[in-house]
Design a protein around this ligand. Structure first.
Ligand SMILES: *Cc1c(COP(=O)(O)O)cnc(C)c1O
Length: 372
């Protein structure tokens, strides 16, 4: 078998395994993107996504961008934030830092609030900064995937309300893994991607935001042509299309993945994600391994685990690859200190048990070789 034709159980935080039904939807039809078939598909995606999020079409809108999760983040930052706006970027890990880096490219008045990866966000400090420095925007990540720690979006949202600041949230890895109420959290724009807990392949970004904020976009300068949120919104609103040729096959699959969530019930899906995360964590702790952050701050999307003693990440990774599992390593300060397992997508508790068994074998193997 060709190496690339091999099937792995993807237990990394994206891409994730998809169900047969979603996979088959990718090859369902060949249509033109300036035809009514595509417009129908796009409006179904929008309707289904807002239904999953329990948001009304009057108050919230949605655009779909062909590109990975980062495309949606950059689209919001270059389109909704104006050049002279003051931006406070909460850098609580690798992905929070990336939002700060993107913002620094487009907005000279960006302050990156760096934070130790292993400590919770200091809300008193955030409040002090909002009060003293009058920021127009806060950018933050919901689940900081690099540590697996959920960030206090609700609390930051209340501070933003108090100080008249807009809030952009990267919910790429948390959407459909952890509950997020846009309205209660006072979120102006949110971005997520198809290739994580929605359970589809990578390649589409979904930007959801308040209709009144989408409406304002056309009065702002276009600073990135392809990623202009204004152009995406304008094409959606006036033509039910996308500005450029979309990744049509992925749109079919995204709609199928959303339909499956609606059939299951969004709340049930969230509970199932929580169950899978708990199952994994209990089994990992039974093996004697330590989870990097305390359980009450963990996202249901991903679990960050300290590497077993005397084992480097590449050895573990290789041993798990040979057994058909893909896991992820640490970034930045966590490189070769931790490994990450995701339970998003089309994996169930038996996959989780098989993986934990494989980790156990890999640890025994490395102990035996180091003794021999
Ligand atoms: C995966 C992820 C992204 C997007 O990464 P892409 O490689 O562009 O898909 C952004 N933010 C977070 C928190 C993520 O987990």
């Amino acid at each position: 078998m060709d190496d690339y034709a091999k099937c792995y159980r993807l237990m990394c935080p994206g891409p994730v395994n998809v169900s047969k039904r979603v996979f088959n939807a990718m090859i369902s039809s060949e249509i033109g993107h300036r035809e009514r078939e595509f417009s129908n598909l796009l409006s179904a995606i929008r309707r289904n996504c807002l239904e999953v999020m329990n948001l009304s079409e009057k108050e919230y809108s949605l655009v779909v961008i062909s590109g990975s999760g980062s495309a949606g983040n950059e689209a919001v930052i270059c389109s909704a934030i104006q050049p002279q706006d003051r931006v406070l970027s909460l850098a609580t890990g690798e992905f929070g830092q990336r939002l700060g880096q993107i913002s620094s490219i487009y907005n000279p008045n960006t302050t990156i609030h760096k934070q130790d990866w292993a400590t919770p966000l200091d809300l008193a400090k955030v409040e002090q900064m909002l009060k003293e420095d009058h920021y127009d925007w806060v950018t933050m990540v919901h689940n900081e995937t690099s540590t697996g720690e959920l960030q206090p979006v609700y609390e930051v949202g209340q501070l933003c309300k108090k100080y008249g600041t807009k809030l952009f949230v990267d919910a790429v890895s948390s959407f459909m893994a952890d509950p997020l109420d846009l309205k209660a959290c006072n979120i102006t724009f949110m971005n997520t991607s198809s290739g994580k807990a929605i359970g589809m392949g990578p390649g589409l970004a979904l930007v959801v935001g308040r209709v009144d904020e989408f409406e304002k976009l056309s009065t702002y300068p276009v600073r990135n042509y392809y990623l202009s949120l204004a152009r995406h919104y304008d094409f959606y609103k006036n033509k039910l299309q996308t500005p450029n040729t979309p990744a049509i096959s992925l749109f079919f699959a995204l709609n199928e993945a959303l339909k499956i969530i609606i059939e299951e019930g969004a709340q049930n899906r969230l509970q199932y994600q929580a169950l899978k995360a708990r199952t994994l964590r209990a089994a990992i702790e039974k093996l004697g391994l330590r989870i990097y952050r305390p359980s009450h701050v963990l996202s249901n999307a991903v679990t960050t685990i300290c590497l077993p003693e005397h084992m480097d990440f590449d050895t573990l990774r290789q041993a798990l690859r040979e057994r058909g599992f893909i896991v992820y390593g640490g970034k930045g300060p966590l490189a070769n200190k931790i490994f990450q397992i995701s339970t998003m997508g089309y994996v169930d508790c038996s996959d989780i048990n098989d993986l934990v068994e494989a980790i156990h074998e890999a640890i025994c193997e490395s102990v035996n070789t180091s003794v021999a």
